[in-house]
Design a protein. Structure first.
Lengths: 109, 113
């Protein structure tokens, strides 16, 4: 079965503290994983994808095939990071994205 | 480029009615996917259109149908609306060669009463 699990619906951290948003997946094929972000009153937008191994807005995510995880991390949270974050898995044959339920991240001043 | 656009922004319908939602893809994109996002959930794939044909379909009943026009814009139709169809409907566009990089529209909020 193809599934993406984000175990935390809500996550609250203080400004300057490290952030880790968890994502686990279930997929028999070679995974292509993404993090999407939705800021207040804005559309869903791509934050980063594992294949590019880039850092966007200070966020990084490493694919761990052994643990089937793709956790999103940032060493020092900023207030503008407050948003809804979705982990997504691209299914090659079906040409679709499978999303997790999302984690609402709140950065406290 | 305005990116992916959707209309209308909000819609209120009654059970049993039919609804049509519209989507214009990002310039240069030829593939349109539709997703349903219920409150508190992640988006769920409905179907994808490419070359004016439904190419892939998720686990949604036949009440959900679509269309793609020669200019790549797309419509999502839902017949015999149920209360459970109330959701945010998202359109995403991509190029056929870059399927995984999907750009989302702002969505249409459908409320069924």
């Amino acid at each position: 079965a193809q599934r993406v699990t984000q175990p935390e619906k809500l996550l609250s951290v203080f400004k300057g503290a490290p952030v880790e948003l968890k994502c686990n997946y279930s997929y028999s094929g070679s995974p292509e994983l993404f993090w999407y972000v939705q800021y207040s009153r804005q559309r869903l937008q791509l934050l980063l994808r594992h294949i590019s191994r880039e850092s966007i807005k200070g966020f990084t995510a490493d694919l761990n095939k052994g643990e089937t995880s793709f956790h999103l991390k940032k060493p020092f949270a900023q207030e503008e990071d407050s948003a809804m974050y979705y982990c997504a898995l691209f299914i090659q044959g079906a040409q679709k994205l499978v999303f997790g339920q999302g984690t609402r991240l709140t950065i406290n001043p | 480029d305005a990116g992916v656009t959707q209309s209308p922004t909000h819609l209120i319908k009654t059970r049993g009615q039919q609804v049509t939602l519209r989507c214009s893809p990002k310039s240069g994109h030829d593939t349109v996917s539709w997703y349903q996002q219920a409150l508190g959930q992640g988006p769920q794939f409905i179907f994808q259109y490419y070359e004016e044909e439904e190419r892939q379909r998720g686990n949604f009943p036949d009440r959900f149908s679509g269309h793609q026009f020669p200019n790549y814009s797309s419509e999502l139709n839902v017949n015999a609306l149920l209360l459970g169809d109330s959701a945010l409907y998202l359109c995403a566009s991509s190029s056929d060669r870059g399927q995984y990089e999907q750009y989302f529209g702002p969505g249409t909020r459908l409320t069924v009463t």
